[in-house]
Design a protein around this ligand. Structure first.
Ligand SMILES: Nc1ncnc2c1ncn2[C@@H]1O[C@H](COP(=O)(O)OP(=O)(O)OP(=O)(O)O)[C@@H](O)[C@H]1O
Length: 317
């Protein structure tokens, strides 16, 4: 076998079709496609390829890394007003989507009450910046996180306004997300300028609107829909949170605010209805304790929502 054939075979054994080998005299040049690998994976493969190419007769090995630029997609989670469970839904959707196999990150852009560090059990961890980019903080749930709450003291968060807030929020979206395929963006509640700027600048692939049965004064949801329409972002659908009350003692469901309202509202608004999340003490206590229900084996609430949303995203790809 010639040197080039030996080197090609050795490199193919560790890198398969990712590698393209050339020889110039005694120098081996390898172009390595690292699409889909994270920083550690890239480094490990580069080292393996270097070692493999160092065959008898080879004096120098140069490896050039390339990667197909993959479009990272953003899934916006929005609500017409605060306190409807947008953060709870964002965290659990991100986890449920990650559990389906999509490399998912979470951006907590809620300037008024960034709660993701608590929900994702990552309180007190500050992201570091490298080459001017924030490094997302890994969580126990396979979803990395960047949150407004990691950048400012909790009681100062409220001071963010207008363009300054939009600028700070963009740093989160533009962080070093590596191989992340999907970013779940927990938007600030409401439909003001900050939200519009974020949506126009980062162009989510689609948006999920969260509402509660008592919040279904259509005007709020309509404002949220208008916001995305203005930016040309399609609405994936409406999720009804705190729908019905699940008794912690007997497990029976009751509907203090009536039932079917959200589905009817979605119909009236002309957007799909994605499903409902019941009001349960378990969801609140688990969220407060940094144990998102979607991470548990018994999750039958968030996984189906993630399934529907992932199906929609796949259809757009
Ligand atoms: N389905 C649910 N069952 C029980 N409690 C819930 C449910 N969804 C959310 N909560 C609780 O309601 C409170 C508000 O939820 P969350 O912080 O997710 O709302 P939000 O819309 O993000 O609020 P904000 O506008 O303040 O950011 C939290 O204490 C949360 O644990």
């Amino acid at each position: 076998m010639s040197i080039i054939e030996t080197v090609k075979a050795a490199v193919a054994a560790v890198a398969g079709k990712r590698a393209n080998v050339r020889m110039e005299g005694t120098r081996a040049g390898v172009v390595l496609d690292t699409t889909g690998l994270d920083g550690a994976g890239r480094q490990a493969l580069e080292q393996e390829v270097k070692a493999a190419a160092m065959q008898p007769g080879v004096e120098d090995v140069r490896v050039v890394l390339t990667a197909e630029k993959r479009e990272r997609r953003i899934l916006a989670v929005a609500s017409g007003k605060g306190g409807v469970g947008k953060s709870t839904l964002s965290a659990n959707l991100a986890i449920a989507l990650a559990r389906r196999g999509t490399k998912t990150g979470l951006v907590d852009a809620d300037i008024y009450g960034p709660s993701q560090p608590r929900l994702m059990a990552a309180e007190g961890v500050k992201p570091v910046a490298q080459d001017g980019k924030l490094q997302p903080v890994p969580t126990r749930f396979g979803v990395s996180l960047l949150s407004m709450g990691q950048l400012v003291e909790p009681d100062k968060a409220i001071a963010w306004r207008g363009p300054m807030a939009a600028g700070a929020l963009s740093q989160l979206v533009d962080g070093d997300w590596g191989a992340t395929e999907l970013l779940v963006l927990d938007l600030p509640p409401g439909t003001g300028d900050v939200q519009l700027t974020m949506v126009q600048k980062h162009r989510p692939a689609g948006a999920v609107i969260v509402s509660t049965p008592q919040d279904l004064a259509l005007i709020d949801a309509r404002r949220a829909i208008d916001l995305f329409a203005k930016a040309g972002v399609p609405i994936i659908g409406l999720v009804e949170n705190m729908a019905g009350y699940c008794c912690p003692h007997c497990g029976s469901m009751s509907d203090p605010f009536g039932s079917g309202g959200a589905e009817a509202a979605a119909k009236e608004l002309g957007i799909p209805f994605l499903g409902r999340v019941p009001l349960t003490i378990a969801i609140r206590t688990a969220s407060d304790a940094g144990e998102p229900p979607a991470a548990g084996e018994g999750d039958s609430v968030f996984a189906p929502l993630a399934e529907r949303i992932a199906g929609w995203l796949d259809g757009q790809a």
